[in-house]
Design a protein around this ligand. Structure first.
Ligand SMILES: [Zn+2]
Length: 156
């Protein structure tokens, strides 16, 4: 099949660049098609349904923290499913996982921190070496202290 075209397959404006003619789309339309494809690929976080969890966004000043809670109703633990859950929440809420603070309460009621690496994988870390936060307030306080100490993105 000869796919060369002199008008854009999306917006039907004339194509001038030989590369665009070959693709059949202008650069802007091509970019939006690619972005749409990438978005659709990422939408599949169906694994998140395997866990019972709740979440909300806590706002303190200009800082926003995503708070995820394992409801511990017998499904897969949030700990073991954090990638899918974080991906799903960020998709639904339009959040950048690397641009927001994240904490989560495990099935034992202890809060830990979560951060997403550049590849989008989620990592869990202890919010405090000294205590095990059992309330959202304690967890947020421990998070602030870590950040104040310069441990914004801990490495394991
Ligand atoms: Zn176009």
């Amino acid at each position: 099949m000869n796919t060369t075209s002199t008008i854009c397959g999306k917006c039907h404006r004339p194509l001038t660049d030989p590369k665009s003619v070959e693709r059949g789309f202008g650069p802007d339309c091509w970019a939006s098609i690619k972005a749409e494809e990438a978005r659709e690929e990422k939408v599949d976080h169906s694994g998140a349904q395997r866990s019972d969890y709740d979440y909300h966004i806590a706002t303190s000043g200009d800082r926003r923290t995503l708070v995820i809670k394992d409801l511990d109703k017998g499904g897969m633990s949030v700990t073991n499913n954090i990638d899918a859950i974080l991906g799903h929440i960020c998709e639904v809420e339009g959040l950048d996982p690397q641009g927001i603070d994240i904490i989560y309460r495990d099935s034992d009621g202890i809060y830990d921190g979560v951060y997403a690496d550049k590849a989008g994988a989620a990592h869990i870390y202890a919010l405090s070496r000294l205590s095990r936060p059992r309330s959202e307030g304690e967890a947020l306080e421990a998070l602030r202290q870590q950040q104040a100490a310069g441990n914004d993105t801990p490495n394991h």
